[in-house]
Design a protein around this ligand. Structure first.
Ligand SMILES: [Zn+2]
Length: 376
């Protein structure tokens, strides 16, 4: 059968129209598909001003999800758009980089001396220092103050020692049954208070030894009794020179897990920081140096230079420390550090140290937080 000429013409026209229509629709559909997927949130941090170091703004204790980047404004499309794909939510937490991390919640102890007393620690005899070989490796810090200056509890807690460590041979059950320093009568009159570890610190370090003790040594007067509950800032005694002391001062110590000389930790990682010139809390730095076998390296010069104008600006002051001079103090939980410095104004620092040649790096101190660095 032959179709009339008019039908052939109509079918031919219809084919042409459909082909033309499809050639218009196909790119539109392709464009819709390419734009209908919402942009993925970026988890990459922007480059830091210092180049190699990423400023750490979120603590590992409470990692915060990075909010999704705002979606781009869709281009106007005149055909019906398909349903938008929902954003993936929530994002997994961002892990703290293992070799540089900041921690809130650690600097919780109030100063055991209040103004007008001297509430700054003696930087010539920091924790772990021998004061250039002149003294025992320090298991605490010193607050140099006059005889009779009030000594205050550093946190709420329970008094577990209030007396002298003069006689370690007393029968068990009578006080004292042990001494608290490296040898007898080291601290003279002392008070030890037991505290609960703050939740934020415990969350950051679930395996850290507990409880936490604070020790106050060389007292001239003791104002509390064993078993007494005290609150932060409450007077517990007075500064003196009892025991082995070269002048009137408070020896302040932090101990973790057990109330022994070997369990002491660096108080600079626990004492609440002073405020800087702008009224902002200062921060602290802790660090360690590991060789390729994960052994701790002992360094005799670690220089921290404050860079108030940022990583490329000049320094206005520097602090020089060394790793703890007693091996037993190095690498103890929770921080596993070999040096620490507190009361550093927040901002950028350059750290310089001898490790296979002189090395330099940059780090950032955050207000009220501890910045922990590992160098390999
Ligand atoms: Zn001391």
């Amino acid at each position: 059968m032959r179709l009339p000429r008019i039908w052939i013409t109509l079918v031919g026209c219809l084919t042409l129209v459909l082909t033309a229509a499809c050639s218009v629709i196909a790119p539109i559909q392709s464009y819709i598909n390419s734009t209908s997927t919402a942009p993925q949130p970026s988890i990459l941090a922007s480059p830091s001003p210092g180049g190699g170091i990423t400023p750490i703004s979120e603590p590992s204790a409470t990692p915060t999800e990075i909010p999704p980047t705002p979606g781009e404004t869709p281009l106007p499309i005149t055909v019906a758009a398909p349903q938008a794909t929902p954003l993936p939510s929530p994002l997994p937490p961002i892990p703290c980089p293992p070799d540089r991390c900041t921690y809130p919640g650690s600097l919780f102890l109030t100063r055991p001396i209040a103004p007008p007393g001297n509430d700054s620690l003696d930087v010539t005899y920091r924790f772990g220092s021998t004061q250039s070989g002149m003294r025992d490796p320090h298991h605490g810090v010193e607050f140099l103050n006059g005889f009779g200056t009030p000594v205050l509890a550093a946190a709420d807690g329970t008094v577990v020692v209030a007396g002298t460590d003069l006689d370690p041979t007393s029968p068990r059950g009578a006080w004292p049954i042990t001494f608290y320093g490296p040898y007898m009568n080291f601290y003279g009159n002392l008070v030890v208070i037991e505290h609960t570890v703050p939740e934020a610190l415990f969350q950051a370090f679930p395996d850290m030894p507990r409880p936490l003790y604070t020790l106050y040594g060389h007292l001239s007067e003791i104002d509390v009794q064993v078993g007494q509950q005290v609150t932060a800032g409450e007077q517990i005694g007075k500064v003196g020179q009892a025991g082995i002391a070269t002048g009137s001062h408070l020896h302040f110590e932090v101990r973790l897990g057990e109330n022994t000389y070997q369990a002491s930790r660096n108080p600079e990682l626990y004492l609440s920081p002073h405020l800087d010139a702008n009224g902002q809390p200062m921060g602290a730095v802790a660090g360690r140096f590991l060789d390729s076998f994960q052994n701790f390296l002992e360094l005799d010069s670690i220089v921290l230079q404050h860079l108030p104008q940022g990583p490329d600006g000049p320094s206005d002051f520097q602090v020089t420390v060394l790793t703890y001079e007693e091996k037993g103090l190095i690498g103890q939980p929770p921080w596993l550090e070999s040096f620490a410095v507190g009361d550093l104004p927040a901002g950028w620092y350059r750290i310089t140290f001898p490790m296979g040649g002189l090395r330099q790096d940059l780090l950032q101190v955050l207000p009220g937080q501890v910045t922990m660095m590992t160098f390999r």
